[in-house]
Design a protein around this ligand. Structure first.
Ligand code: URA
Length: 434
C-alpha cells in the first residue's frame, strides 16, 4: 500500500477501505508516514468527508493504536459521558456522583482544559489533595468499592488521536465532522465504555456554531456507535451563553457543590437532570427518561449525590471538608467588579469572551504547558434575560495574577450586550439523537 494512493483516492472523493485506514493510522502513529502526507490526507477528508463506515473504521483504528482499559470486572453497564467543550461546563462534577448514587458505575477518564474551555481534571485538582493520576488497577478497585472514580486520561490511550489532533491543530483541519466524531468516540471506547452519552455543544462558545452542524456531529457519533456496537445517545445543548454563573476551576467546584446540595443555577441543574436521565436509560437502570429524571431529582434532594461526591473526594485523597465548607477552596487575592454601563436587559453574554477573559485571569492555559491558578475566574452576576441598572455589578473577576486586570476586564466587558427589550428565550436542550 502507498500513502500517495490513499491521498489520491480521497482527494477524488473515493471511499477508503478499513485496511487503508488501518495502514494510515498505524503508519502515522509509528512515524512511518510523514506529517506532510498525513496532513494532505486530513485536508482531503476535510473537503470530501467520510462515510459512516470510514468514520467507524477510523475510530477503531485510533482505539487500536494504544492501550484499552478493560472494565469488564465491574458489574453493570459502564456509561460514560462526553461534552464537546464549553465555558462554565462543570456538568461532570454533578452528573458523575448523581448517576453513581443512582447505581450506575462511574469509571470515567477526563481531560484538562486548553484555551477558552475548561477541563474536569483541573476542576477536581482545585480541591486540595485530590489525586487524578490513578493506576488502572486502583481506578477499577475504587469503582468497585465506592461506585465512582475519575482520573486523568493517560497518554497510552489512543496515542494516534494525540498525534492526529496536534497535526489538525496546525493544518486547519480540526473542524471536520468525521475527524471530531472519531477523535471523541475513540477515546471513550478505549477507556472501556459500554455506552456513551454525548453532550454536543452548539453556539458561539462551541466548535459547532449552528444546530444543523451540531446535529450532524451528533448523528455521526451515534452512527459510529451503531457500527461498533456501543450504545450512544447525543444531546445537542446550547453554548450560546456560559453554563451557570461560575467560570474558573475552584469557582466551578463551588457551583457544583451548590447544585449537589439541591440548589445551583437552573440551567446547570436542568442539564444535569436531562443528561443523567439519558445515562440511566443507556445503562439500563431505567426504561424511560421521565422515570429516570424523577429518580435523580429524589437523589439530589435527599443528599445522596452530595454524599457520593464526598466519597469520591475521600477516595482520591482530597480534603473532604471542602464539601461542607467551600471556603476552604483556593480563593483569589484580587476581586475586580465590572459595572453595567447602561440600564436595560442583558441580551447576551458571549461565552468565548468570558472564557478568554477567565484564561487571562489565570484560570486556563494558552499552551498546554501553562500553569493554571485554581482560584482565578469569573462570577457572572447577570445572565441573558436578566434586568440590569446602570452601575450594578455585571461580573466579578477573581485573580492572583494582576493588581488591576485591565486586559481581562476589557475582554469580559465586551462579552455583555445590554438592550432595552428582554431577549427571546433560548432553549437549553436543542435536539436529542439516539
Ligand atoms: N475534542 C476532541 O476530543 N477531539 C476533537 O477532534 C475535537 C474536540
Amino acid at each position: 500500500m502507498r500513502m500517495y494512493d490513499l491521498i489520491l483516492k480521497k482527494r477524488d472523493g473515493g471511499e477508503l477501505t478499513r485496511a487503508e485506514i488501518d495502514y494510515f493510522v498505524s503508519g502515522y502513529t509509528r512515524e512511518r508516514i510523514p506529517d506532510y502526507q498525513a496532513a494532505a490526507l486530513l485536508m482531503a477528508v476535510f473537503f470530501r468527508g467520510m462515510s459512516s463506515r470510514e468514520t467507524a473504521a477510523l475510530t477503531m483504528a485510533i482505539v487500536n493504536s494504544g492501550d484499552k482499559i478493560n472494565l469488564e470486572s465491574i458489574t453493570g453497564t459502564k456509561v460514560d459521558k462526553h461534552s464537546t467543550g464549553g465555558v462554565g461546563d462543570k456538568t461532570t462534577l454533578v452528573l458523575a456522583p448523581l448517576v453513581a448514587a443512582a447505581g450506575a458505575p462511574v469509571a470515567k477518564m477526563s481531560g484538562r482544559g486548553l484555551g477558552h474551555t475548561g477541563g474536569t481534571i483541573d476542576k477536581l485538582e482545585s480541591i486540595p489533595g485530590f489525586n487524578t493520576n490513578l493506576e488502572p488497577d486502583a481506578f477499577i478497585k475504587q469503582v468497585k468499592a465506592t461506585g465512582i472514580a475519575l482520573m486523568a486520561q493517560t497518554g497510552k490511550l489512543a496515542p494516534a488521536d494525540k498525534k492526529l489532533y496536534a497535526l489538525r491543530d496546525v493544518t486547519a483541519t480540526v473542524d471536520s465532522i468525521p475527524l471530531i466524531a472519531s477523535s471523541v468516540t475513540s477515546k471513550k471506547i478505549a477507556s472501556g465504555a459500554d455506552a456513551v452519552l454525548l453532550d454536543v455543544k452548539c453556539g458561539s462558545g462551541a466548535f459547532m456554531k449552528t444546530v444543523a452542524e451540531a446535529g450532524q456531529l451528533a448523528a455521526a457519533m451515534v452512527d459510529i456507535g451503531k457500527l461498533v456496537d456501543r450504545r450512544m445517545t447525543a444531546v445537542v445543548t446550547d453554548m450560546g451563553r456560559p453554563l451557570g454563573r461560575m467560570v474558573g476551576n475552584a469557582l466551578e467546584v463551588r457551583e457544583a457543590l451548590d447544585t449537589l446540595r439541591g440548589g445551583g443555577p437552573d440551567d446547570l441543574r436542568e442539564l444535569c437532570l436531562t443528561l443523567g436521565a439519558h445515562m440511566l436509560v443507556l445503562g439500563r437502570l431505567e426504561q424511560s427518561t421521565a422515570g429516570a429524571r424523577r429518580r435523580l431529582e429524589k437523589i439530589l434532594s435527599g443528599g445522596e449525590a452530595l454524599r457520593k461526591f464526598r466519597a469520591l473526594v475521600e477516595a482520591q485523597g482530597g480534603d473532604a471538608a471542602v464539601v461542607d465548607n467551600p471556603d476552604l477552596l483556593p480563593a483569589a487575592a484580587v476581586k475586580h467588579t465590572l459595572l453595567a454601563p447602561d440600564s436595560g436587559f442583558v441580551l447576551s453574554v458571549d461565552p468565548m469572551r468570558v472564557g478568554r477573559s477567565a484564561m487571562l485571569l489565570g484560570a486556563g492555559r494558552m499552551t498546554k504547558d501553562d500553569k493554571i491558578d485554581y482560584a482565578a475566574g469569573i462570577e457572572l452576576q447577570k445572565k441573558p434575560g436578566e434586568p440590569v441598572s446602570k452601575g450594578e455589578p455585571l461580573a466579578v473577576l477573581h485573580t492572583n495574577r494582576q493588581k488591576s486586570p485591565d486586559e481581562a476586564a476589557a475582554v469580559a466587558e465586551g462579552a455583555f450586550v445590554i438592550g432595552r427589550q428582554p431577549p427571546d428565550d433560548r432553549p437549553l436542550i436543542l435536539d436529542t439523537i439516539s
